[in-house]
Write a protein that binds this ligand. Structure first.
Ligand SMILES: Cc1cc2nc3c(=O)[nH]c(=O)nc-3n(C[C@H](O)[C@H](O)[C@H](O)COP(=O)(O)OP(=O)(O)OC[C@H]3O[C@@H](n4cnc5c(N)ncnc54)[C@H](O)[C@@H]3O)c2cc1C
Length: 407
């Protein structure tokens, strides 16, 4: 049986474990976090990724955990309401798209994968590949040999660094930073996105249906002095991250000073430069990459989760189809995924322009448009013009059929 090590038990890694097992390969997942990660932030599943969930038989379970968001409320610096918008429209969701907390989705995927060996609190530290397999050294566990190694270990992938060189070669910054953390429920309103846009920076707080707490999301233009805050996966230098946020949001209105004051109590501050991963190839010999590790589109795309789910499906099918010829499997995976990834990476750059506006005038114009929208003739057409590029990118792939041997 083909033994595959998957580095990273997030969305892409967990989905890949499910599909490899389904195709008769034997996955092992190594995850750096000491235990399964709950919560996180909300993510979308759209287009082709919904078909993948369907083929896994997980659509019902995933829908049962939909965040249930209903409204986006735009606020000025004094907390006065500027405009409102349907939450699905704000999130660019249409038809059957689902929004779910990342932790819920990962838990569902991991549970569905069944009897897969998971090694938490460990990480790959060295890879030595030859023609028949890969010798893997771990930070904690004993050295082991696998037929294949797949890096599903996110934007700052260790497998990518070990097999393809330093991150600086593959990360393409988008000029903005993002931070997110858990804050007390009282900052939010259940099922509502509260948003305070300001020139060059924006703050949002949301509380999903039934959640005991809220999430605060900070977006801002990358300052020249941002520095390197380390690999966000190990939380980097949290004090430096808090200081950076404090500088970026100095003088901000609404409840931003209170949110900043709450940061020291946040258990899970995440801060990173929004970046995409651009690579010439996603495999080298018996080592491959999937999800953010290979082709992160950034949170601005709203498509990272769907790209992870679809990539896992396509990669597992290609490896199963190619049998003992992993190079052919990796090549088929890449051929099918490349145009899909390109369409969604382009979407991120487009979305980002509307997420952080440059001037007070642009914010006034956006507010006016949001207020007028419900009364404008041709409203439906205008809305579909917003949602259409997302829908097109989310469906820009023809999924391979399941190989017959897998059924
Ligand atoms: C703030 C924020 C908001 C986002 N919003 C959205 C959204 O609205 N919609 C959307 O679709 N996407 C969104 N995304 C992106 C989305 O979360 C990712 O694109 C998606 O989760 C990719 O999944 P992945 O499994 O490839 O990587 P990740 O989710 O990053 O998972 C990687 C896993 O690997 C583990 N890991 C890392 N290094 C190692 C190592 N050395 N050894 C072992 N394990 C390791 C990590 O602990 C993690 O579990 C957002 C991302 C962020 C940060």
């Amino acid at each position: 049986m083909t033994d595959v090590l998957i580095s990273g038990g997030g969305v892409a890694g967990s989905a890949l474990a499910w599909w490899l097992r389904r195709h008769g390969l034997r996955p092992t997942v190594v995850e750096r976090a000491p235990a399964p990660r709950d919560g996180g932030y909300k993510v979308d599943v759209r287009g082709a990724a919904l078909t993948v969930l369907d083929r896994m038989g997980l659509t019902g379970q995933v829908r049962a955990h939909d965040t249930g968001m209903r409204l986006a409320r735009f606020l000025d610096g004094r907390g006065r309401q500027l405009a409102t918008m349907d939450a699905a429209l704000f999130g660019g969701r249409s038809d059957d798209d689902v929004e779910i907390m990342r932790g819920d989705l990962t838990r569902i995927l991991r549970a569905a994968a069944g009897d897969v060996e998971h090694r938490f609190d460990d990480s790959v530290t060295a890879l030595r590949a030859d023609a028949d397999g890969v010798d893997v050294t771990f930070a904690r566990g004993p050295r082991r040999r696998f037929d294949l190694v797949i890096g599903a270990d996110g934007l700052h992938s260790t497998v990518r660094r070990l097999a393809f060189g330093p991150a600086s070669r593959h990360l393409r910054p988008l000029g903005h930073h993002i931070a997110i953390c858990t804050v007390p429920a009282g900052f939010g309103e259940e099922r509502v996105e509260l948003l305070h846009p300001a020139p060059g920076r924006s703050v949002g707080v949301y509380r999903t249906a039934g959640a005991p707490d809220a999430r605060a999301l900070f977006l801002f233009r990358s300052p020249g002095d941002a520095g390197d805050h380390g690999d966000a996966g190990d939380r980097g230098d949290v004090a430096a991250q808090r200081a950076l946020l404090g500088r970026a949001f100095a003088g901000a209105g609404w409840r931003v000073p209170e949110l900043l004051a709450a940061l020291p109590d946040a258990p899970d501050l995440y801060l990173d430069e929004m970046s995409q991963v651009r690579m010439v190839s996603w495999s080298a010999g018996r080592v491959g990459l999937v999800g953010d590790a290979a082709y992160a589109a950034s949170p601005a795309s709203g498509q990272g989760t769907s790209l992870g789910l679809v990539g896992a499906y396509v990669l597992a099918a290609a490896l199963a189809e190619a049998g003992g010829n992993p190079a052919a499997g990796f090549a088929a995976y890449e051929r099918r995924m490349r145009p899909f990834v390109a369409a969604n990476q382009a979407l991120a750059e487009r979305n980002l322009k509307g997420m952080v506006l440059g001037s007070a005038g642009q914010i006034r114009f956006q507010t006016l448009m949001l207020r007028l929208l419900p009364r404008l003739p041709g409203r439906e057409r205008m809305i579909s013009r917003v949602a259409e590029p997302i829908r097109r990118a989310a469906t820009a792939i023809t999924l391979p059929d399941l190989p017959t041997r897998a059924t």
